[in-house]
Design a protein around this ligand. Sequence first.
Ligand code: SF4
Length: 226
Amino acid sequence: MKLEDEGVEDHPVHRVWTELGDDDADVRWTVYCPARERTLELQVCEDCPHLEAVTAGESGPGVVRCHRLSPVPAPATLSDDSLGPLLGGTRVSEVMSPDVYCAHEELRAEELVDIFSTRQVSGLPVLDEDGTLVGVVSRTDLLHPPSEEGEAPPLHPERAGASAGELMNRAPVVIEEGAPMSRAAALMASSRVHRLIVLASDGRVVGILTALDLARWVARRAGHAV
Ligand code: SF4
């Protein structure tokens, strides 16, 4: 959030990108609203009386500029924030990667491998026809170890032709965007995962939090320029 003038703030617009196959994709534009303390679809801002403007970014809407009629209260002290001063009252929505790539459940393994490569991601939330999270598919689940060092790992022959819905883990580890970072760290450790899918209060995917995001954030809090 960037304070421009008194009472006027800029909030970055993010995207949830769902690959549908055949070079088709569905893009949802979202923004974190501090007044409502949750991520909203951009259309909500367009009907909001606090909106000043939506400015363009490099590849779509970039920033929501708005004024708020009432101040946002400071975050409450979180009782389960056992790491106290380090994690403070920081919430998952402040640290997560808000631009997230997802896969439609009918995408084939070959298309998933392309997405992992072109988008440089190691896991994709899987969505059904209604955009509901139904699982997560990981790069390591699809690929065969390369026969020679330096080679790109090929698709595992047993996975060829299978759909994301068939390949996915049906029990993705999720966390709410308003949860404290201490809970995210504990969930990653106890579930032995390095990626949490972040959901808004309506259950829709709004971000992803990786172990790398967590490590970077801790390092920055400690004063390291990473
Ligand atoms: S325009 Fe309204 S809904 Fe959108 S971020 Fe600002 S206060 Fe929230």
